[in-house]
Write a protein of this length. Structure first.
Lengths: 141, 79, 141, 79
């Protein structure tokens, strides 16, 4: 069984993640998920690929901390976080978050909190590869 | 010995992913940052976060232990 | 390719639904989903199965209307809604909603709106089958 | 002829899923409802929504056309 929090080059399957989560309890009534995908277009420029680099050990530790905090804060039954690194193409999966709870409100709140916190706290950087050249993405403040 | 790490946009501008700085007694994060920022000014223009041994540090007055791993990081853009 | 809005007895695959959605555009940056599952426990009672009955023609029309309204209201790129009828067991899938947008806020808002509206507007009724007998669920006001 | 539909908890209490009421000129939803509610009181105690030809109707003064499909429905519990 794969770990609930992972950083990996390979793609992932939502069905596998959901099955793994559901295996943990039959008391889950709602699972909210977020799937971040590579867009082929960003701020007016065509993007052919996106490449990700992580401070691996710190990123994994932060993601595990986020998962534990979310489970506690929203009384989740389970949560999973998977982030890809390396190079992905337009339309490919980047990040997956699943939050399972007895009721849907907590699942939604937790899922949204997790992706917001992940973006703010997890040391991963994105480079957009376009026909005009590459550039690291600097988020808006 | 202090191991310094750069990633992504900072590494690109610095021209390297890591470097080693000799440890000296009483070395504080602020001094290390100032020295490196002088040497790698364009890279450090992007630095928003500092982590010591994988944990974010906000107080640059913190003394560094020998063998520390220090990362100077641009704003994150994962997810 | 399966329809974007369906009522069916068979189970569904989240991966298939997401692939179908993603096939529609490479401009999707975020997909929020909600998966409703059968719990083996409800308000203190053990539940062995749940059975669903729909006013099929009206339910499908309402679900299609919800999808169109959500796409318009939240500027979604695409949305999908699948609801099972018949009898499901504890841990089984019941309902799936996916909302795909350029950015995550719209995807989350739309997904949550869709499941809330579905519960309020779509004529489907749920019966809990417990060791002590069956009972139709009457939602709290 | 008016086709009346019951589902789920309403059908269970009424003991049937559908029935047919003869059409008469000027028949309004309110009159149909009142007649059936007298006949199927326990079932109608659950009725929250009425649909005519698959669309929810709030104004019970609405006249019914011959051949209409009318559903008397309990609060929904799908999802």
């Amino acid at each position: 069984m794969s770990a609930a929090v992972r950083i990996q080059i390979e793609d992932f399957s939502q069905d596998d993640e959901i099955d793994a989560m559901r295996g943990s309890s039959k008391r889950i009534g709602g699972i909210a998920t977020f799937l971040g995908c590579a867009r082929d277009f960003s701020e007016g420029r065509e993007v052919s690929e996106i490449s990700f680099e992580a401070y691996g050990s710190m990123a994994l530790a932060e993601m595990n901390a986020l998962r534990s905090e979310a489970i506690e804060k929203f009384a989740l039954i389970d949560a999973r976080i998977v982030h890809r690194i390396g190079t992905v193409k337009g339309g490919d999966n980047i990040v997956f978050i699943a939050a399972g709870a007895e009721h849907r409100a907590a699942a939604f709140d937790a899922c949204r909190w997790l992706i917001d916190e992940l973006k703010a706290r997890v040391p991963i950087w994105k480079k957009e590869i376009t026909p005009e050249g590459d550039s690291w993405v600097v988020p808006h403040p | 010995m202090i191991k310094v790490l750069f990633f992504g946009p900072v590494a690109e501008r610095a021209g390297c992913n890591s470097l080693v700085v000799e440890y000296r007694a009483g070395l504080r994060l602020q001094a290390l940052r100032d020295e490196l920022a002088a040497q790698y000014a364009p890279a450090f223009a992007l630095v928003c976060f500092v982590a010591v041994n994988g944990a974010q540090v906000h107080d640059l007055a913190q003394p560094l232990a020998d063998g520390s791993e220090v990362a100077f990081m641009a704003k994150f853009s994962g997810g």
